[in-house]
Design a protein around this ligand. Sequence first.
Ligand SMILES: C[S@@+](CC[C@H](N)C(=O)[O-])C[C@H]1O[C@@H](n2cnc3c(N)ncnc32)[C@H](O)[C@@H]1O
Ligand SMILES: [Zn+2]
Length: 285
Amino acid sequence: MKELLRDSLACPVCSQSFTTQNDRLVCQGCAYSVPVEAGKPIFTRPPQNLIPSEKIERRADTGTPWRQANWKFLQQQISRLDADTLFLDVGAGRGDFASLFQNRPYLALDIYPYPEVDFVCDLTQCIPLRRGHFGAVVLMNVLEHVYDSRGFFGALAQLLKPGGALIVAIPFMVKIHQAPVDFVRYTEFALEQLGKEHGLQIETLEGYYDPISLLGEGINNLRWSVLPDVRGPRHYLGRALLYGIQGLAKGMSAVLGPGQSVSPQGMRSKAPVGYQVVYRRPVKE
Ligand SMILES: C[S@@+](CC[C@H](N)C(=O)[O-])C[C@H]1O[C@@H](n2cnc3c(N)ncnc32)[C@H](O)[C@@H]1O
Ligand SMILES: [Zn+2]
């Protein structure tokens, strides 16, 4: 187990430190204990209905336009923080963004024991971490998967040091994914409210606007969900028209270029693919 993890953990019952006994972590204060499996402390068991994700190697220029925008956003945010900033990547999954944290003090958690994470915990059930300990908490495409998303956000806010940053990416115009573990979409107004409610200031709030990728989503929907149920000549006519739309979308993409991450203020479009937000815990509260 990483030294960094040992220093960051605190008993969720009495806040004391843990010691290792055989294959368990045991609280020095109240004897609360959890198993350590394959080097990972397991604070909560994964939900039965969760379908684990496959590993996909990611880079700046792979995945959907939204994920590419996330890569750029996260890279920018990391580069702005001091070299000794301690990062906690919550819901890190298969470590798609892990390479961005190379040579940085970094811990990753998830509710599933993926090989890429340091420990397993659902923070809505227990919080086995020191309060006010992390320089930055990272939450990339996770908040929508947590049913008690407001309570969860509040738990993350408590983990930040004064002056610490909560870096969030959350989809908006994105279809249901990881069903049935997909619960909410937040507007920019709700994201602002969420910060206020938990004593965090908003440093940056941007939407990722990309009408062409939304068009692509509509085309995929027609191809895979609508046309298969249409029979006879209408099906063939529909397919021919779809090719036409696809060609037009490609042309439009060449004319308009890629999407952009910008402040929603003053944007005429009310359909961002998602939001990218940096919250700050004030130095003086
Ligand atoms: C869409 S994936 C995003 C993974 C990664 N952050 C990324 O962007 O590549 C959502 C992740 O959140 C995790 N997750 C869901 N509920 C969680 C919770 N309560 N606490 C921590 N992680 C959670 C899921 O297991 C999954 O790995
Ligand atoms: Zn304890």
